[in-house]
Design a protein around this ligand. Structure first.
Ligand code: ZN
Ligand code: ZN
Length: 570
């Protein structure tokens, strides 16, 4: 189990204890431990191997440490298993619904026999909730609204949850079983910003054996369905994974079909019909259905339809089929085009790693440069640096830069744009940084005129090179602030200000459609990870695929430039 899985389990325990009515001290201890572990810069399994062991983790007491040790060693925690027997079904899930706390969850269980979200929905529909002590029609309505919201949001995964989980399973199946080809499918293969289920497709001539191996995958807690064409399992971190099995001769057409999107496929099938052909998950056929034209290889399907191969990231029916027919698909940016990262924090502000650690990892990624862009003085919550501390950092950077021939740390800053569109330092100070970035971290609820004004005013400052995370949205947690992006794109073009595509998996800001719209204005972009730990630098791929979904080429992105041209262009 990895850190995030363990944190989720500890949070789950906290939820259960709350429903049972344990003391808030006890509940808090599990929640704190979960928080600390989810932010740990090291794998908890490694820490377990240290001399001091798990108790060296601040916030993890002796009792929890012992339980975790058992979990890491055996894959099971007796305490957790015991708690599960005290609470029926999926009662814990109820408290994630807005308007339902642990007390209400317990009440619904005891009085109405509610054991799951479905049970609760039924009780609400039958108006059984309003008659309970302390409830009423209004409470019932509130909970119903909370339930709608819960149903809409729940189950959507971030790419950073879905991609690594899928990669692990694919590796496992490739190694151990009789699989000739294997791939992700669905929204995951298209790298949509959030994912429904994890879909995996495998070609094999021995479906029964592969199904067995899949269901025996060590992370599986329950098998929901098992057959020779499809298996569904639940992993211990709560993710559902569907594996479809098919003959190698149909792998390409099945992969095409199950990758979607729905709209892309509808358009493609219409195109096939016009050409007197029939397209399905089983292959591309003549109209009579007795002659197979393509099936084993996905690219053949596109070619037989008179199209260039369309990368999965583009398959949204947003003009890609027309472009493929005209031979005008964009030459999409690749991960290997990226020469460096222009947004990263260190321990000096709110990051967790040192300059040396950040630089070492950037070099491991093959980068030529990394811009260190710690927060500046006005962002007190993030320990923003004043000029004196920046000068000290510049000295350290200059010292470090002397030892490398083909790698450079760039001096940068992430300014905070205040309500007047002003930032932390006067121009003569800004002129001393290699790169100046600015972003909004305060006043998220201001109106559209104000937020747009702040952003555009900052862009008008010739020292400000980049606007970071331009809409401020955080997936599932914070909607974008009100901002008129059309005005922002026009101003970015006019002032030559770069817009960031923030690659942090819960940001992806700008998103795919916004990137494409901005590109039409002639805007240039920087794809940055906003790393707060050296490991975050590896999140570049989430931004990269979002850039591809926005039809960006390497010419649109400034951190594909070698260092000299980069600095000249800013
Ligand atoms: Zn920021
Ligand atoms: Zn940042």
């Amino acid at each position: 189990m990895d850190n995030s899985e363990i944190a989720a389990l500890l949070n789950n325990i906290g939820d259960m204890l709350e429903i049972i009515g344990e003391s808030s001290f006890r509940v808090g201890a599990y929640r704190r431990a979960a928080n600390v572990i989810s932010a740990l810069p090291r794998d908890i399994n490694d820490i377990r191997g240290d001399k001091q062991g798990l108790t060296s983790i601040q916030g993890v007491g002796k009792g929890i440490a012992e339980k975790l040790a058992q979990l890491l060693d055996t894959g099971k925690m007796d305490y957790y298993e015991e708690l599960k027997t005290k609470l029926p079904g999926s009662l814990v899930e109820l408290i994630h619904i807005q308007g339902v706390g642990p007390k209400k969850a317990k009440l619904f269980y005891e009085e109405l026999g509610v054991e799951s979200v479905d049970d609760l929905e039924k009780a609400l529909q039958e108006h059984r909730v309003k008659d309970l002590p302390g409830m009423g029609v209004k409470t019932e309505d509130n909970i119903l609204r909370g339930l709608e919201l819960y149903k809409k949001q729940s189950g959507r995964l971030l790419l950073s949850q879905a991609v690594p989980a899928a990669e692990k399973i694919i590796n496992y199946l490739q190694k151990y079983s009789d699989v000739t080809e294997i791939s992700t499918a669905g929204s995951l293969r298209r790298w949509r910003e959030t994912i429904g289920d994890i879909d995996i497709l495998a070609a094999t001539n021995k479906p029964r054996q592969v199904a067995d191996e899949f269901c025996n995958y060590p992370d599986v807690v329950s098998v929901l369905a098992k057959g020779e064409t499809k298996c569904s399992v639940l992993l211990h971190n709560g993710l559902q994974v569907d594996l479809r099995l098919m003959k190698p001769a149909q792998f390409g057409s099945a992969l095409q079909y199950f990758t979607g999107s729905k709209l892309h496929n509808i358009h493609l099938r219409e195109l096939a019909k016009k050409r007197g052909l029939k397209l399905s998950e089983y292959g591309l056929f003549n109209l009579a259905g007795n002659k197979l034209l393509a099936g084993a290889d996905e690219a053949d399907i596109y070619n037989e339809l008179g199209l260039d191969y369309i990368e999965p990231v583009l398959r949204e029916d947003k003009g890609e089929i027309e472009a493929a027919a005209a031979g005008k698909l964009p030459d999409l940016i690749k991960l290997s085009d990226i020469k460096g990262d222009l947004h990263a924090h260190t321990q000096a502000s709110d990051g967790q790693s040192s300059l040396e650690e950040m630089a070492a990892f950037a070099q491991k990624l093959g980068y030529q440069y990394l811009a260190i862009s710690d927060h500046a003085q006005t962002l007190k919550v993030a320990h923003g640096l004043d000029l004196k501390r920046f000068e000290e950092q510049w000295r350290q950077i200059a010292e470090l830069n002397r030892q490398w021939e083909d790698f450079t740390l760039l001096t940068a800053v992430e300014l905070n744009i205040n309500s007047e569109g002003k930032t932390d330092f006067p121009d003569e100070v800004l002129a001393r940084f290699d790169i100046v970035a600015a972003s909004i971290h305060t006043g998220f609820t201001q109106d559209k005129e104000r937020i747009t004004y702040r952003t555009i005013t900052a862009m008008a400052n010739p020292h400000i090179d980049i606007i970071c995370h331009p809409t401020g949205r955080i997936l599932d947690r914070r909607p974008p602030y009100a901002i008129d992006l059309v005005q922002v794109f026009a101003a970015a073009k006019k002032t030559g200000t770069i817009l960031e595509l923030n690659a942090f998996p819960d940001r992806l800001d700008l998103n795919d459609d916004q990137l494409r719209a901005a590109k039409r204005y002639g805007v240039k972009f920087a794809i940055n990870t906003d790393a707060h730990h050296f490991g975050h630098l590896a999140n570049m791929r989430y931004g990269l695929h979002t850039a591809q979904r926005g039809w960006l080429t390497s010419a649109d992105v400034i951190n594909t430039l070698p260092i000299d041209s980069l600095l000249k262009s800013l």
